[in-house]
Ligand binder design. Structure first.
Ligand SMILES: Nc1ncnc2c1ncn2[C@@H]1O[C@H](COP(=O)(O)OP(=O)(O)OP(=O)(O)O)[C@@H](O)[C@H]1O
Length: 318
């Protein structure tokens, strides 16, 4: 059997006292398109920087196509294309000139360079700006030039750190379309905060929060998990969360409660029939205004929220 495209085992990274990545393990098989999700500060970029050999891990193992990223950094670099969160491209170079330079640096065979550049210009839809100075391009075009750079040497693995950050909705859709197309012939690990993007383009997701892995599975598995209810109630949020949690059949209550007195509550439940009567009775007894009651099947957004709200956001580290 061939080696996994990515194999991460008990990976840890500390920045001084900050444990950015804490014993993460996962595997990505060749040809998969995997969404790598988590809120700000979850550890996504850190994991990606270790995989792309930019930074060493504190402990644990990371391999790309069976090669340890620490021991075989040059070979690993040849097997992957990386689009970092902020694309470090040279403003004073023209697009085509930049891709020529990158192709040479990445040792693309001289006889294939021009055809690779044409392919990447076409695939990333930057043909019309090929002679423009990079510094004069919009953020969306610069991201596409970054994607073309990641693709130029035709690496089997693409690691894309928030490729759609800062793009407008049309650009997001186009970029996702391109990534989906690339996924046929490349393995793709894609980090993002935008859940509909992931639902639209990925088959599998990995969710991390505060440096630890919380979920790793296929999106198709999600609909088979726990049913839930979404309630909008007027009343004291702490008491509501506590009281709803006591109702038989309610497994977990999460809330987006802020300062307003009308808030949304998500309830993971054993089954709708078991829970609803008791729930409505309790809400009426307490005099909380019931504004909305929706049945929901577990979707990506809900799973993500339950992972993130369970732990809360990571403390800013200054
Ligand atoms: N160079 C650094 N020095 C110190 N702490 C860092 C450094 N880089 C990241 N961190 C911290 O490590 C944690 C993980 O950061 P990381 O950038 O990997 O998260 P992320 O999931 O990519 O977040 P975002 O979506 O905001 O990019 C955060 O607490 C962050 O503040």
């Amino acid at each position: 059997m061939s080696d996994p495209a990515i194999e991460v085992s008990n990976l840890c990274k500390n920045y001084g006292p900050v444990q950015a990545v804490d014993r993460i393990s996962f595997t990505v098989q060749p040809g998969e398109l995997v969404g790598f999700l988590g809120p700000n500060g979850a550890g996504k970029s850190t994991t990606m920087r270790i995989l792309t050999t930019i930074m060493p891990a504190s402990s644990g193992i990371a391999k790309v196509f069976g090669l340890d990223v620490m021991d075989y950094s040059m070979e690993v670099r040849r097997k992957l294309g990386f689009l970092p969160e902020s694309v470090p491209i040279y403003p004073e170079m023209r697009v085509e000139e930049y891709l020529q330079y990158r192709a040479k640096l990445k040792e693309v065979d001289r006889s294939k360079r021009n055809s690779r550049i044409e392919y990447c210009l076409e695939k990333c839809r930057i043909r019309e700006v090929r002679r423009r100075l990079i510094g004069t391009l919009s953020k969306g075009y610069r991201q596409r030039v970054g994607l073309a750079d990641a693709l130029i040497a035709d690496p089997p693995l693409l690691i894309l750190d928030e490729p759609t950050a800062g793009l407008d909705p049309v650009q997001i859709r186009e970029t996702l379309h391109t990534i989906r197309e690339l996924a046929g012939s490349h393995t793709v690990l894609l980090s993002t905060h935008i859940l509909p993007e992931v639902e639209a383009s990925c088959d599998r997701v990995i969710i991390i929060n505060r440096g630890t892995l919380h979920w790793d599975g296929k999106l198709s598995e999600l609909s088979g998990t726990m049913p839930s209810l979404e309630l909008e109630l007027r009343g004291p949020s702490e008491e509501i969360v506590h009281t709803l949690g006591q109702i038989p059949g309610v497994v977990k209550v999460t809330s987006d409660a802020g300062s307003s007195d009308v808030n949304t509550y998500n309830l993971e439940i054993t089954s709708h029939l078991d829970v609803e009567n008791g729930l409505v009775k309790r809400v009426v007894e307490k005099g909380w205004g019931l504004r909305k009651l929706n049945h929901r099947k577990q979707g990506l957004e809900q799973l993500y929220m339950s992972v993130v709200l369970r732990q809360g956001p990571k403390q800013p580290t200054g």
